[in-house]
Ligand binder design. Sequence first.
Ligand code: ATP
Length: 135
Amino acid sequence: MNTIALDIVTPNGTVFHDDECEIVVVNSVQGELGIMAGHVPVVAALKIGVLRAKINGVTEMFAVTDGFCEIRPNKVTAFVQAAEFAKDIDTERAMEARDRAEALLQKLQDERVDDFEARTALLRATNRLNVAKGK
Ligand code: ATP
């Protein structure tokens, strides 16, 4: 089977690389995008969500933040602010982050303020909790 390489890159460097993915599935702003070898070249904006890569029949899951993804026929590169392997997610930390964001959003709602950073912090935390649970 033809395979495709995957790089997940953050400002701190490459957090994952594999040359032999059977399929990579990303959460783009236009919906889920399944990418296999030979895909047409595309640049897609990514949402906070899960990135899946099937390697040797095993699906690996990562929690990723928003960013973008460069797709070439033989390589996918996801450029994101942060990415964690599902098994490396600290769920206590994500629960604390979720609780902080929810409390802040409640306070801001009372003050009729909309805060993008608080809403995205909540999305990052709930995404990490979902990916840690295998969702
Ligand atoms: P927190 O408030 O807990 O820092 P955050 O959403 O603000 O959460 P980020 O700015 O997205 O955190 O990430 C900062 C760094 O910490 C990144 O390297 C990211 O991979 C890591 N990180 C954040 N939350 C977790 C977590 N729950 N488990 C493992 N690594 C995490």
